[in-house]
Design a protein around this ligand. Structure first.
Ligand SMILES: [Zn+2]
Ligand SMILES: [Zn+2]
Ligand SMILES: [Zn+2]
Length: 306
């Protein structure tokens, strides 16, 4: 098994300064094979190249890229290699909910900006721990490690992380409850793959028209008179691309809407992304209505009080 130091790294980050800093920190942490690009399109190409040459890089992905959204890029990478680990970097402060969201959508970790060496070290250390666990995946220490890393976790997820059946996991969990290391909470409902039953699934995002995963977030202008709806930059010199008239008064004859998506493949403009699920184990793709929702006991770690 290759060690973390041997891992290929792919940085997709449009700010050269952040890219350089990230590379410097990663080098300090012992990673050597680092590639860097500045947009989603090149990122996907480099990713494919690396996968073709037999490696699955650890990916550092900027949340706000000019040409594609992070979700779009993550969806494409996950459909090529469901086991890819993507670390999302973002400048804006995220709430715990939003972070959970990003993680639920298949990201491996979240890295806040400004990037700190300590946080990066934590992520790389977790990778090292997982590698050790993959070699020796049993024992109560490992379960404790897994549970302490999440705010709450289901029995099913622990079973899948440990790759052990309920008969093995439940007694270990019962012992931890008795020792007051963890506490039982409500049952947790999770989306599972209708084909193989695993809950290791990620959300993917698609254009409603062509079902592609290559889109970006942008603002659009709607021209009331002719009904044209297209990206702001298509109104060259304030001329509507459809009727060629000048757009005049904001709010009166046109309006601007933020947070729209534009498909880079088919050009469709849309407000709602189509969500699908991708099974990280068998590769099956399915919609939420076809998903199997499974419920199992939830547990929460009791942090030893200082
Ligand atoms: Zn599956
Ligand atoms: Zn499309
Ligand atoms: Zn018009």
């Amino acid at each position: 098994m290759s060690s973390v130091e041997e891992n290929d790294v792919l940085i997709i980050e449009d700010s050269p300064a952040v890219g350089i800093l990230l590379r410097e920190f990663l080098t300090k942490l012992g990673l050597k094979k680092i590639r860097h690009c500045q947009n989603g399109k090149t990122g996907i190409e480099m990713f494919k190249e690396m996968v073709d040459s037999g490696s699955v890089p650890l990916v550092f992905l900027d949340y706000n890229l000019p040409d594609m959204t992070a979700y779009s890029i993550m969806s494409q990478m996950l459909s090529i290699r469901p086991d890819v680990k993507v670390v999302i970097e973002t400048a804006r402060e995220k709430s715990e909910e939003q972070i959970k969201d990003v993680i639920a959508q298949g990201a491996y970790q979240y890295l806040g900006k400004p990037i700190r060496l300590e946080k990066l070290r934590e992520i790389i250390d977790t990778l090292r721990i997982e590698e050790i666990q993959a070699i020796d995946a049993d024992g109560i220490e490992n379960i404790e490690e897994i549970i302490s890393n999440s705010t709450q976790i289901s029995l099913l997820r622990v079973m899948q992380y440990m790759d052990k059946p309920e008969e093995v996991i439940q007694p270990l969990i019962n012992k931890m409850v008795a020792d007051k290391k963890i506490v039982k909470i409500n049952d947790i409902k999770e989306v599972s793959c209708p084909r193989c039953g695993t809950i290791r699934v990620a959300q993917t995002f698609h254009c409603p028209k062509c079902k592609g995963t290559n889109f970006k977030q942008d603002k659009i202008i709607e021209h009331y008179k002719c009904g044209n709806v297209s990206p702001a930059q298509t109104y060259v010199e304030d001329k509507c691309p459809k009727c060629h008239e000048l757009i005049k008064i904001f709010g009166v004859d046109y309006r601007v809407q933020e947070n729209f998506y534009i498909c880079n493949d088919c050009g469709d403009v849309f407000a709602e992304i189509v969500t699908k699920y991708l099974c990280l184990k068998c590769g099956d793709k399915f919609a939420l209505e076809n998903a199997k929702i499974v419920s199992s006991p939830g547990y929460s770690y009791l942090r030893p009080s200082a």
